[in-house]
Design a binder for this molecule. Structure first.
Ligand code: HEC
Ligand code: HEC
Length: 325
């Protein structure tokens, strides 16, 4: 089991740096544009009802033309599903329910109004739709590609053009599948620390074993098999260290109801996140891009809802709250 998890984390790093190449998908304008695109945003959901709460909701709508290739149609559904796995909610409101609106972020090109264009980024699939004509002159990709064009239909809104079913397959089954797992892992890792602080060690331990919580980051396991040999040794080492800390030592401390030990192990695990993402502790910075700060900052909402302070976790090696570079 542990072996699988180790492979899993590494998968996320390696597969996703080279997968574009493995799939022969061109990503433009930068090779990480599919990673930094703003797919989600923090917004109130269940609006107009007493359940109103801040959540991660889609910031992008998938658009497809009705005459499009069925293989691409199928991937449109896959993209919406994976986006749904990552978001907390489709951004529902009493008003939208009264309008009998589709809640999932997917539309035919004929349904895309000016209001939609001003409120959302668009993920445009294929060329048989009304948006394509408006963005065509700005596209440079060849073959199967994903290209992000900024400020194209209105200022401040981006369009991600996905050329065909192969590029759409990559977006749904590799990129977004990874994001949902990585972020569920991240937020539940943070929650686990907060629960330890509150003395609820059983709930913290549950988060380590629940399929959609911390183990979410082991999701890309399946994608990894077959790639392990090609991964940098140093990266493997940090990945392994992180997994032993989280799934073995932290689990053990929680089982033994040793809160102080759990806090210490948890912080050592957090140091490994910093090692790979920000390049501390003589580790190379393995993550080559700065992720969407909006989505990442959701962890601060979790912290606030538990009534805790930043310094609970941001001290010592992880005192810096932000990006070193
Ligand atoms: C062995 C190195 C390594 C370790 C350890 C590591 N990460 Fe990562 N992480 C990466 C890399 C590399 C990426 C970018 C992958 C890619 O190219 O899409 C990433 C991406 C992510 C993402 C997705 C960001 C995005 O926008 O795509 C999240 C969330 C994340 N990591 C959370 C964590 C947390 C939380 C920890 C610590 C518990 C952690 N990671 C530990 C290397 C690591
Ligand atoms: C319960 C633990 C915990 C608390 C409390 C906490 N953080 Fe974090 N924070 C983390 C972890 C874990 C990471 C590493 C995530 C990564 O590397 O992707 C992180 C990373 C960050 C980052 C850099 C990556 C990002 O999310 O943009 C910023 C900025 C940040 N924290 C701000 C804050 C602020 C501001 C507060 C107080 C409101 C806070 N954090 C409270 C756990 C915590």
């Amino acid at each position: 089991m542990r072996r699988l998890l180790i492979t899993g984390l590494v998968a996320s790093l390696f597969v996703f740096t080279v997968l574009g190449t493995a799939f022969a998908i061109q990503i433009l304008p930068e090779p990480t544009s599919d990673r930094t695109f703003q797919f989600l945003r923090i917004e109130e959901t269940f609006k107009g009802s007493p359940l109103k709460v801040k959540a991660l909701v889609p910031n992008a709508v998938i658009v497809i033309g009705s005459a499009e290739d069925p293989a691409l149609m199928k991937q449109a559904g896959a993209i919406a599903f994976m986006l749904g796995q990552w978001a907390h909610d489709p951004g529902s409101s009493v008003e939208r329910i009264r309008q009998n609106a589709t809640l999932a972020p997917i539309m035919l090109d004929s349904e895309v109004t000016e209001k939609v264009i001003s409120e959302f980024n668009l993920i445009v699939l294929g060329s048989k739709n009304r948006i394509y004509g408006k963005i065509k002159s700005r596209l440079h990709g060849k073959g199967s590609f994903i290209e992000v064009i900024r400020d194209v239909l209105v200022k401040g809104r981006d369009v991600m053009f996905v050329s065909d079913s192969k590029a759409a397959f990559y977006l749904a089954n590799r990129r977004l599948y990874f994001k949902s797992g990585a972020y569920n892992g991240y937020f539940n890792f943070v929650k686990a620390r907060l629960l330890i602080e509150k003395g609820d060690l059983d709930a913290a331990k549950y988060l380590l074993t629940s399929p959609n919580a911390v183990k979410g980051c082991g999701k890309p396991v399946m994608l990894a098999i077959g790639f392990k040999e090609k991964m940098p040794k140093e990266l493997l080492k940090v990945a392994k260290k992180r997994n032993v800390l989280v799934f073995k030592e932290l689990n053990k401390a929680l089982t033994e109801k040793n809160a102080n030990k759990a806090k210490e192990v948890w912080h050592r695990a957090m140091t490994t996140c910093y090692a790979c993402h920000q390049g501390i502790d003589n580790t190379k910075k393995f993550r080559k891009f700065t992720p969407d700060r909006g989505v990442h900052s959701y962890h601060q909402n979790i912290v606030r809802s538990f009534g805790e302070n930043c310094s609970l976790c941001h001290y010592g090696r992880t005192v810096y709250r932000g990006y070193v570079n």
